[in-house]
Design a protein around this ligand. Structure first.
Ligand code: KIV
Length: 274
């Protein structure tokens, strides 16, 4: 008899089936402990390449490597039980060719056990997405603002705020869906355009700086917890952990200096008669 309680993990087809239904709740996580908390409330946990900026203090996501994604992906898989864990493919690990993309995705899936991968790009990645999905790799797309393209786009600016740009973004989203992605992240896109894409696409849209009409929402956990010093306009802070951590560390430092810590409860007495 199994001693483990049976919890079925959500799959990419489960998320795909949520189109037009109850909104899909998604957050990022890069650690086992936070993954455990997020798992109790979210349908999807994204191990985003934003970990480069959040955990490692990088300026952009460009230097993030496959090894970094696999290490944190493993931690999140260990810490979670129910949510679909999606791992971001980092810059340079999938754009070279369909074969390079398959080899990188297969490595991520084999070494972490995650249920899906995410990759950035619309029409330019459609052929690769089709190649991957036909070979057993569930792919979440990512259109609108694609942070890995920072060196060609120049800045992290919202997309589609002028109607002349709409067709390009709509075509990107349509291409990703037609190629077989099970869902698509729409990042930093003008609200009416994000709502229009959500209404048109047959697959769930997950908004970040997009629209409440999306089929789901995602935020970077540290941003919504109030831990990140600088956040985009679209982030709503649901906590202020930065100041509470500062207060706790300040109190600890003061007690260490005054020798108030460790107190009698924090040290080991000798055994009786020992
Ligand atoms: O890397 C990330 O955290 C992401 C989300 C912002 C969608 O791609």
């Amino acid at each position: 008899m199994s001693t483990q309680s049976e919890v079925r993990r959500l799959t990419a087809p489960d998320i795909r089936a949520r189109k037009g239904g109850t909104p899909i709740v998604a957050l990022t996580s890069y650690h086992a402990h936070t993954a455990g908390i997020v798992d109790r409330h979210c349908d999807v946990i994204l191990v985003g390449d934003s970990l480069g900026m959040v955990m490692h203090g990088l300026e952009t996501t460009v230097p993030v490597t496959l090894d970094m994604m696999i290490l944190q992906g493993l931690a999140v898989m260990r810490g979670s039980r129910r949510a679909l864990v999606v791992i971001d493919m980092p810059f340079g690990s999938y754009e070279g060719s369909r074969e390079q993309a398959f080899a990188s995705c297969a490595r991520v899936m084999k070494e972490t056990g995650c249920g899906a991968v995410k990759l950035e790009g619309g029409r330019r990645m459609a052929e690769t997405i089709a190649f991957l999905t036909e070979r057993g790799v569930p792919v979440m797309g990512h259109v609108g603002l694609t942070p890995q393209a920072i060196n060609t786009i120049g800045s992290f600016r919202a997309q589609g705020r002028e109607e002349k740009d709409w067709a390009r973004i709509e075509e990107d989203a349509g291409a990703v869906a037609a190629a077989g992605a099970f869902a698509v992240v729409i990042e930093a896109v003008a609200e009416p355009l994000a709502a229009r894409i959500s209404a048109a696409l047959p697959i769930p849209t997950i908004g970040i700086g997009a629209s409440p009409a999306c089929d789901g929402q995602i935020l970077v956990l540290e941003d919504m917890l109030g831990l990140s010093p600088r956040v985009p306009k679209f982030v709503k802070r649901y906590g202020e952990l930065g100041p509470s951590i500062e207060k706790a560390v300040e109190a600890y430092a003061a007690e260490v200096k005054s020798r108030a810590f460790p107190g009698p409860d924090n040290v080991y007495a000798m055994k009786k008669g020992g």
